[in-house]
Design a protein around this ligand. Sequence first.
Ligand SMILES: Cc1cc2nc3c(=O)[nH]c(=O)nc-3n(C[C@H](O)[C@H](O)[C@H](O)COP(=O)(O)OP(=O)(O)OC[C@H]3O[C@@H](n4cnc5c(N)ncnc54)[C@H](O)[C@@H]3O)c2cc1C
Length: 339
Amino acid sequence: MSPLLTSPVAIAGGGIGGLTAALGFLAAGVPCTVLERRPSLPSGGFGIQLPPNATRILFSMGLGPALDKASVRPVAREIRRWSDGALLGRLPLGEEAEARYGAPYLTLRRADLLRILLGALPPGVVRFGSPVDLALRPPGLLVGADGLHSAVRAALSADEPRFIGYTAYRALLPGDGLAPVVTVWLGPGRHVVTYPVPGARNVVLVTAGPLEGVFDDWHDPVRSLARAAAPAMQHALFTRDRLPAWHRGRLVILGDAAHPMPPFLAQGAAQAVEDAAALVAAGPDLAAYEAARRPRAERVAAASAVGAHDYHLPDGPAQRRRDERIAASGLPDQDWLFA
Ligand SMILES: Cc1cc2nc3c(=O)[nH]c(=O)nc-3n(C[C@H](O)[C@H](O)[C@H](O)COP(=O)(O)OP(=O)(O)OC[C@H]3O[C@@H](n4cnc5c(N)ncnc54)[C@H](O)[C@@H]3O)c2cc1C
């Protein structure tokens, strides 16, 4: 084992990235502790889509049975038009995608995902109610998996999160026996995503301002969803500058701390999972970790950012061209993301 990793690793942040990294380090025989600011796991929360590039890693850690039990396997993602619900494109996400990528596409509650990750760790690894204190640096590696407002990142860069002009309104509505489909409605300046999780329907409404009345001129299923979802939990969307480096000395960052991205490709947590696996594989070689992950994470972040423009095009020729691209797109176009 490397000299650096003979010391225990401290991970700031017990979110999806931090807990996945802890599982990886422990499996590799590296002792580690997670310092989580919250007093306990969040019990509420909303849904999350886990694409095959994330489930492949999580299943390889032995979490497949627990994840299967807690999730829905959507058969497709359908993209629809805002005004009449016309189907613009349908991407298969079920057996065909699983066969192609060797791992399933899942939707589940975030709280269940965190519970499964925590449950796979030995007791005591996660210290809740413990905000990281950079003045008391542990002797070994300190991994900043502490999200968008990362304290560990602040030791690497003075940049601040920047609002991208859109807010996501999230709600978990009662719903059982819903069709296992991820549905996205695109319209001028706004879009809506909904998918089932066990026993409920997750709804995300994205718009540039307040929610009230914004979807009143959309076709009826969306109108009703927006009314049922209000008052939803408001979540302003941020990005951050590209960092000169993701590590310095014994500090390294992953997930949203390193590369926050708008949620338009549903990939932020998946990229945090990929980071965690790559960091564990790189061991003490933090430059190798960054070289392995940075080009891909930045490509995914850039593609996600395009959604802020593309998803929200006004009716007209540019929107028609976009819809033609959506109609022509199939699973092979997702290979770069899901494989
Ligand atoms: C509306 C919306 C929908 C999304 N949908 C998806 C999706 O479907 N699929 C997907 O892959 N991604 C999705 N994302 C993105 C995803 O939520 C994030 O990218 C992901 O949660 C990042 O994980 P993380 O572990 O890096 O950070 P976080 O999940 O933010 O976890 C950071 C953890 O660090 C803790 N922390 C913070 N500061 C400190 C400190 N000083 N000391 C100790 N602990 C600290 C926090 O309490 C938290 O537990 C979505 C995002 C949004 C906003």
